[in-house]
Design a protein around this ligand. Structure first.
Ligand code: SDX
Length: 431
C-alpha cells in the first residue's frame, strides 16, 4: 500500500512537508495525512468527505466516472445475474465465492437463526401502529443489544462471526414484523423450507387464514433488490456503523445507528421519497413543472432518485433494477402502471435536459427499486426498511473488517472553529 517513492509535498509559509502517497489496487492515490497535524500544525477541511478516504478496505470498489461497482472484485451486474443474495453475503463477509459445501453450511446457519427471541415481540407493542417501520427497526435492532450477550465480545473473531450471522438472519424477520405490526396483522414466523427472499415475502404477505404461495419471479426480483443494495463502499450509513463501532460499542447498537442514518431522504429514504414524488407528479403532463422546480436555485425541491455523490455517469445498479422493474410489471400485468409511465417519461426528459446532463445527475439505485416494491404490494413506508435489510450484510462486513484490523482506533474528527475566542463570564445584572 505504501510506495515510499511517491510523496506529495505541501508548502506552508515557505516550509515544505512531504506526505506519503498510498497506492491502491484500483482508484486514485491517497495522500497519507495521519502525521500532518503533528508535523505541520494544520488540519485538513472536508465537511462532506468528498475528497477523504476514511479507511482502507478490500470489500467494495466504486468507479463513479465509469459507473463500476465491484464486490470483492466481482462486477455487480454479474452477481445480480448469476448469484443470489446469501452467496453475495458470504462473498462480502469472507472475501471469496464459496465452494458448494461452504455455501450449503452458511445457508443452513442463516436459515436456522431467522427467529428472534420470543420476548422481543413485546417491543413492537410499545410502538403506535402508525409508527414508521424504520422507527420500529431502529428500536428493535437496538434492543437486540440487550438480548444477545453471548456474542458481544467483539475482540473474539468467533463472536464477531456469530453476531454477523445473527444480524443477517434476523433482519428480514424484524422488517416483516414491523410491517405486519403497522397493518394490524399477526406476525408470521420464518419458514426453514423457503429461501431467504421467499421467506421474507412469506413473512410479509402470508396470513393465517389462507395459504400464501410465493411467486418465483417475485422472489427472484426481491433477491435481486437485496443483492443490489448489499454494500456500497463508505456511504453515509456504513461510515456511521464504522464510527460507532470504533468506540467498541455493541454490534447491534452499531447496526441500529446505521439504520437511523439510512432513513434520511438524501440516502436510503430516497426510494420512498422518489415514489411519493412520482405520485405527486401524477401525470406525464406535469413533469416539466417539477423539472423546472428541481432546476430552480430558490426551490429546495430535488428530483428524488436522481444524482449520486460518487456516480457521475450511471449507477450500475439502476440499469439492473430497470430490467427487474420491466419483468415484474410484465408479470403483474401492470406495465401500464401510471407511476411507471411518469418514471419512464421523467427519466427521458431529465436526461435530455442540459441541467441534469451537465451536473451528471442520473437515475440512481432508488429510482427503480421503489417502482418494483410498490408493484409487489409494499407500502412506500417499507421501502427503506427493505434497503436496511439488504444493507445489513454490508454494514456488518465493514464492521467486521474494521475490528479485524489490530491498528484500528476510535474515529475522532477535528474542526474548523469559527466561534468566539476566550472571554470572561458576565453576571446577569451586567448583561
Ligand atoms: C443512496 O453514498 C452512497 O453510496 C449512497 C447509496 C448507497 O447505496 O449507499 O448509493 C444510496 O443514497 C443513493 C442517493 C439517493 N438520494 C437521492 O436520490 C436524493 C436526491 N439526490 C440528491 O440529494 C443528491 O444528488 C445526493 C445527495 C445523492 C448527492 O449530492 P452531492 O453529490 O452532495 O451533490 P450536491 O448536493 O453537491 O449537488 C451538486 C449539484 C447542486 O447544484 P449546484 O449547487 O452545483 O448548482 O447538483 C444539484 C445540486 O443542487 N443536484 C440536484 C440533485 N442532486 C444534486 N438537483 C436536482 N435534483 C437532484 N436530485
Amino acid at each position: 500500500m505504501t510506495d515510499s517513492s511517491k510523496t506529495a509535498t505541501l508548502t506552508i509559509d515557505g516550509k515544505s512537508f512531504d506526505l506519503p502517497l498510498l497506492s491502491p489496487t484500483a482508484g486514485p492515490d491517497v495522500i497519507d495525512i495521519r502525521k500532518l497535524y503533528a508535523e505541520a500544525g494544520v488540519f485538513t477541511y472536508d465537511p462532506g468527505y468528498t475528497s477523504t478516504a476514511s479507511c482502507d478496505s478490500t470489500i467494495t470498489y466504486i468507479d463513479g466516472a465509469k459507473g463500476e461497482l465491484l464486490h470483492r472484485g466481482y462486477p455487480i451486474d454479474q452477481l445480480a445475474e448469476k448469484s443470489h443474495y446469501l452467496e453475495v453475503c458470504y462473498l462480502l463477509l469472507y472475501g471469496e465465492l464459496p465452494k458448494a459445501s461452504d455455501l450449503e453450511a452458511f445457508e443452513a446457519t442463516i436459515t436456522r437463526h431467522t427467529m428472534i427471541h420470543e420476548q422481543m415481540h413485546n417491543f413492537f407493542r410499545g410502538f403506535r401502529r402508525d409508527a414508521h417501520p424504520m422507527a420500529t427497526m431502529v428500536g428493535v435492532v437496538g434492543a437486540m443489544s440487550a438480548f444477545y450477550h453471548d456474542s458481544t465480545d467483539i475482540s473474539d473473531p468467533r463472536q464477531r462471526e456469530i453476531a454477523s450471522h445473527r444480524m443477517i438472519a434476523k433482519m428480514p424477520t424484524i422488517a416483516a414484523m414491523a410491517y405486519k405490526y403497522s397493518i394490524g396483522q399477526p406476525f408470521v414466523y420464518p419458514r426453514n423450507d423457503l429461501d431467504y427472499a421467499s421467506n421474507f415475502l412469506h413473512m410479509c404477505f402470508a396470513v393465517p387464514a389462507e395459504q400464501y404461495e410465493v411467486d418465483p419471479i417475485l422472489s427472484r426480483a426481491m433477491d435481486r433488490i437485496f443483492i443490489l443494495h448489499a454494500d456500497h463502499e463508505q456511504n453515509a450509513s456504513t461510515s456511521t456503523v464504522r464510527l460507532a463501532s470504533s468506540s467498541g460499542a455493541n454490534p447491534f447498537a452499531c447496526i441500529a445507528a446505521g439504520i437511523a442514518c439510512l432513513w434520511g431522504p438524501a440516502h436510503g429514504g430516497a426510494n420512498q421519497a422518489c415514489l411519493e414524488m412520482l405520485k405527486e407528479i401524477g401525470s406525464v403532463e406535469r413533469i416539466p413543472e417539477f423539472i423546472a422546480r428541481a432546476k430552480d436555485k430558490d426551490d429546495p425541491f430535488r428530483l428524488m432518485g436522481f444524482g449520486h455523490r460518487v456516480y457521475k455517469n450511471v449507477d450500475p445498479r439502476a440499469k439492473v433494477m430497470k430490467q427487474s422493474a420491466d419483468e415484474v410489471l410484465d408479470l403483474l400485468g401492470i406495465e401500464n402502471n401510471p407511476v411507471l409511465q411518469v418514471a419512464k417519461e421523467l427519466e427521458k426528459q431529465a436526461l435530455d435536459d442540459p441541467y441534469f446532463a451537465d451536473k451528471k445527475l442520473f437515475p440512481n439505485v432508488d429510482f427503480y427499486s421503489g417502482i418494483i416494491l410498490e408493484a409487489m404490494g409494499f407500502p412506500t413506508s417499507m421501502f427503506t426498511p427493505i434497503f436496511a435489510l439488504s444493507r445489513t450484510v454490508g454494514w456488518i462486513s465493514q464492521w467486521k473488517e474494521q475490528l479485524s484490523d489490530p491498528a484500528h482506533k476510535i474515529g475522532r474528527p477535528r474542526q474548523l472553529y469559527l466561534g468566539e475566542t476566550a472571554r470572561d463570564y458576565i453576571d446577569v445584572e451586567d448583561r
